[in-house]
Design a protein around this ligand. Structure first.
Ligand code: ADP
Length: 498
């Protein structure tokens, strides 16, 4: 029983982590390395796809060596990855035509403004995502129009586009497979959720040949097999899933209405909604494929607050009132409440449902008795209020009344934050012992794909250690606090453009 090993490649934005799991979801080995992110201009973030592949190979070797195992000792491989980062390579040689354009890159911001009047509503309605520079289709257009000779090669059908999952599968299979998993396809700003096809009308308006696009495969199942000549083993690749989606699965959110909340640098809340997409173009909430397994597609809504964990970092590095992010808990705990202080952490603007890039961080209610403890406490509370702002929209669109949320990510280790989340949202919050959910999601998808587990429910048969936080405040207090927050938000809006 104890000889099923799953190798997971967690291809993040700053580094590659390779983990080896057993079928009891235990991590037996892991290896991590960073790779360079390039910033050739203020609005540009680039990566070298060959460096990502080299780092992946090195970390695979390192993790296997640690256990004195070979690739052929693995039952299967799972991949989870940063989303929407765009790679274009030559189908014949496998050589990328340029550096990859990373999801954080905003070089296409002016192009977005140009396309807005004609396309904003249409593409949101079809792709489930508001038109923005994060769209891979806009990065593809940029590369085709700006790298010499690339457009002609694309038109001759010589080039392939993929996100980092596509690229890694292509490399691992020795160039045999050009695919993208359904979850990843749905966050490229190129995939039509309403038809389940690439959105041809949009791609043709951008003059991008369809021949560049990969085949969309399930997130779990027979996706490919590693090429022995390249990797030293022949092993099925049976799980490929985008990062937030992997975390949603790992948290056991397999029934519509279940949600997870990842508190990292920013906060992502994902809510599984079932087999039909639900898109509201006025909400700023994204609709995407959660995952596809055995041809069955599940959809999720996603809300995002850009400045949450990074606001804690600002307390540490900018304001310098805490020594570490973790210290935010003990400092905030020195006071019984926020003392009337509210902090809207809009350091880089406000996301859903306000969509105000000109809003700025705002601290209100400072009195002679205010201490750093109040400010730190107000920051943790501000993170939670930011989530409440968009969760209301998500409940409206989906029709689900969220009763419980599973948390993960670095900032979810903070008990005060998590308890306040339970209090303010009025829902149960559950936190697994291991808050690194992404790689586990890929391991489970891969195991499911080769039949280590027969169905989604079996993946979660092994009981996991989870801590429960129940709401402790009454409805009236909750509402008074939230209404005060709303007033604070109003004061932060449009600040940098007044
Ligand atoms: P990412 O994957 O986005 O890089 P992580 O999941 O590693 O993020 O979480 C890192 C973020 O979590 C940082 O912004 C940090 O400030 C915050 N963080 C980490 N530990 C704590 C803590 N104990 N309390 C509050 N915030 C924390």
């Amino acid at each position: 029983m104890n000889n099923k090993h799953i190798l997971v490649i967690d291809a993040g934005t700053t580094g590659i982590r390779v983990l080896i799991y057993n079928e009891r979801n235990h991590i037996l080995a892991q290896a991590y390395t960073e790779f360079p992110n390039y910033h050739p201009a203020e609005d540009r973030v680039e990566q070298d796809a060959n460096e990502i592949w080299a780092a992946t190979q090195q970390m695979m070797d390192k993790a296997l060596d640690f256990l004195s195992l070979r690739l052929n000792d693995m039952s299967c491989i799972g991949i989870t990855n940063q989303r929407a980062t765009t790679v274009i390579w030559d189908k014949a040689t496998g050589e990328p035509v340029s550096r990859a354009i990373v999801w954080q890159d905003t070089r296409t911001a002016s192009r977005v403004e140009e396309l807005q009047p004609e396309w904003a509503e249409k593409v949101y309605q079809r792709t489930g995502w508001a038109l923005a520079p994060v769209y891979s289709s806009l990065s593809i257009e940029w590369i085709l129009n700006n790298e010499p000779g690339v457009k002609e090669r694309a038109q001759r059908g010589e080039l392939a586009f993929g996100t980092i999952d596509s690229w890694l599968v292509y490399c691992l299979t020795g160039g045999a497979n050009h695919v993208i998993s359904a979850s990843n396809a749905s966050v490229t700003g190129s995939y039509d959720l309403t038809t389940g096809q690439w959105y041809e009308e949009w791609l043709s308006a951008l003059d991008i040949p369809l021949s560049m696009f990969p085949e969309v495969c399930d997130d779990s199942g027979e996706i490919g097999r590693t090429d022995e000549r390249v990797t030293g083993g022949s092993v099925p690749i049976s799980g490929v899933i985008a990062d937030q989606h992997a975390a949603l699965f790992a948290q056991g959110c397999i029934e519509p209405g279940m949600a997870k909340c990842t508190h990292g640098t920013g906060t992502f809340l994902d809510l599984l909604i079932g087999e039909e997409p639900k898109i509201d173009t006025n909400s700023g909430i994204c609709c995407q494929i959660a995952w596809r397994h055995k041809g069955k597609t599940l959809y999720a809504l996603q809300g995002y607050a850009g400045c949450t964990g990074s606001a804690i970092q600002w307390l540490r590095d900018g304001l310098q009132i805490i020594d570490s992010s973790a210290e935010s808990k003990s400092v905030a705990s020195q006071v019984p409440d926020n003392g009337g202080v509210y902090f809207v952490p809009a350091l880089t603007g406000l996301s859903a449902p306000y969509w105000d890039p000109y809003a700025r961080g705002t601290i209100l209610g400072i009195s002679p008795g205010t201490t750093r403890c109040h400010i730190v406490r107000a920051t943790l509370e501000g993170i939670v209020y930011s989530v409440r702002d968009f969760i209301t929209e998500m409940q409206k669109i989906s029709g689900f009344d969220i009763k419980s949320i599973a948390v993960d990510g670095g900032a979810s280790k903070n008990n005060l934050l998590v308890q306040f989340q339970a209090d303010q949202l009025g829902v149960d919050i559950v936190r697994p012992r291991n808050v690194e959910a992404t790689s586990l999601g890929a391991a489970l998808m891969a195991g499911l794909g080769v039949g280590i587990w027969k169905n989604e429910k079996e993946c979660f048969a092994v009981s996991r250690n989870r801590q429960l936080f129940k709401p402790l405040i009454d409805e009236a207090t909750r509402e008074t606090q939230y209404q005060t927050w709303k007033l604070a938000v109003e004061r932060s809006r449009k600040w940098s453009k007044l």
